[in-house]
Design a binder for this molecule. Structure first.
Ligand code: ATP
Ligand code: MG
Length: 320
């Protein structure tokens, strides 16, 4: 089969190390081997907040983060929801294929409602997994590099594709999620590292910002450093971060640090993260807003051509 890669992120703030090890590294690895679409999911910003906020700025920053980690616009179509009406229109037939009970059961949506800043839960919060089905299926995506929180959404997409094909004939492939080296990286507070939860190390953070964030991270009262995710989650989390950045096992790092205690652990982690981010920061500094805008305009045009074809096929299959 001819695989197509689709993945994306919400422009809600700078990308962080969780994105890198959950999804970005796989994207860089897959680009060039398959057609690849990378979505700036701008309409999905308003799932858990009232307004899109600094949407233009966050959008260009997100594209700059992509370029900085090595996503190559010559090999990946970088585009945004709000520029592709035909993609969004797929949501109508797709919504008819899932039940309200199925939407309510989604564990990631439940978690996001728990962390939402909104007083009332919007309809979009419950239906955005179906919007994601449109994101993936508009280009007949088959491989979806994502973090663990996205698995239920890829399931929704498979359900939508399967039911559409059953009702109207074979149009869509069933996509597979592809999880990264670390599909659920924790933030400095022990919860899922998230742009919107103030617990992340951004890929664009400076050396000093990175050092300050790690200095503030919680550890525990035991001096001797060991890797024990169950009993010592805070310490294990820092070891995991350092290990991922160094390409080494967190257990081995713990043995080396041993009696050095939390101070050594934090120093090692800070150095590892800063070393890892150095080339990413350097590339980012060479790019400007104009580059991001130009790349998005080109990507939007290409994605739209694809979406027009799929919507036409859907309408035909449905007999409109
Ligand atoms: P927000 O808090 O605004 O929802 P986010 O940090 O959750 O931001 P998203 O844009 O929602 O980021 O997610 C983009 C992609 O990054 C998804 O594939 C998601 O699974 C992955 N991802 C996000 N956070 C992590 C994490 N901590 N570990 C691994 N993957 C992650
Ligand atoms: Mg999220």
């Amino acid at each position: 089969m001819n695989d197509v890669v689709l993945t994306g992120d919400r422009p809600t703030g700078p990308l962080h190390l969780g994105h890198y090890f959950g999804s970005l590294a796989n994207r860089v690895e897959l680009q060039g081997r398959y057609p690849m679409y990378v979505l700036v999911a701008d309409y999905q910003v308003i799932t858990d907040r009232d307004t899109p906020g600094e949407i233009r700025r966050n959008t260009t920053d997100l594209v700059l983060d992509y370029l900085a980690v090595g996503i190559d616009p010559a090999r990946a179509v970088i585009f945004q929801h709000s520029a592709i009406p035909e993609l969004n229109q797929l949501m109508l037939p797709f919504l008819s294929l899932v039940s309200v009970a199925e939407l309510r059961r989604n564990p990631t949506v439940k978690d996001e409602i728990a962390h939402s800043s909104q007083r009332a839960v919007s309809g979009l919060m419950f239906t955005y997994p179906v919007h994601q089905a449109a994101d993936i299926l508009f280009c007949k995506g088959t491989l979806v590099p994502v973090g663990k929180d996205q698995l239920p959404h890829v399931e929704v997409t498979r359900l939508v594709a399967r039911r559409f094909n059953e009702r109207y004939g074979p149009v869509f492939p069933l996509p597979e999620a592809m999880m990264g080296e670390h599909p659920l990286l924790k933030g400095l507070d022990g919860g899922k590292m998230s742009k919107s939860r103030g617990n992340a190390i951004a890929l664009s953070a400076t050396e000093d910002e990175t050092a300050a964030l790690i200095r503030k991270a919680r550890t525990d009262a035991e001096r001797h450093i060991t890797f024990d995710e169950e009993r010592r989650p805070e310490v294990a989390n820092l070891l995991t971060l350092a290990g991922l950045c160094l390409g080494r096992s967190p257990r081995e790092l713990a043995e080396e640090i041993g009696d050095g205690g939390a101070a050594t652990l934090k120093r090692v982690t800070t150095e590892a993260v800063n070393e890892f981010l150095r080339p990413i920061r350097k590339r980012r500094a060479e790019l400007g807003e104009g580059d991001a805008r130009r790349i998005l305009a080109e990507g939007n045009e290409r994605a739209r051509e694809r979406a027009v074809l799929t919507l036409e096929e859907v309408r035909q299959a449905m007999g409109f």
